[in-house]
Design a protein around this ligand. Structure first.
Ligand SMILES: [Zn+2]
Length: 93
């Protein structure tokens, strides 16, 4: 354990948002899930995003892009805003 990998302990908000669908699908490794839980405990912004995703999943049963069209406009705009923001901030993607 001599290597100090940046971000190994603290996830960036964009990373959390990118992983949130897997988080809700229970598709993450337990260690990754724990890191997101830790981040959420300290980050109101990501907690709000998670709530929005949860609501979306509950409404549509999934998070496919075509399902966004069936959301009410306010929720959809919120989600799309979040997507755009993290997509714009994603390094190298
Ligand atoms: Zn965050």
């Amino acid at each position: 354990m001599t290597q100090d990998v940046p971000g190994d302990d603290d996830l960036a908000c964009t990373q959390v948002v990118m992983l949130i669908t897997d988080y809700l699908d229970d598709a993450l490794a337990p260690a990754d899930r724990a890191r997101i839980d830790e981040h959420l405990a300290d980050c109101d912004g990501c907690t709000v995003v998670l709530d929005q995703f949860r609501t979306t999943v509950r409404t549509t049963g999934t998070l496919r892009s075509e399902d966004l069209d069936r959301l009410d406009p306010g929720t959809r705009d919120d989600l799309l805003g979040v997507f755009r923001r993290w997509a714009a901030e994603r390094p190298g993607a």
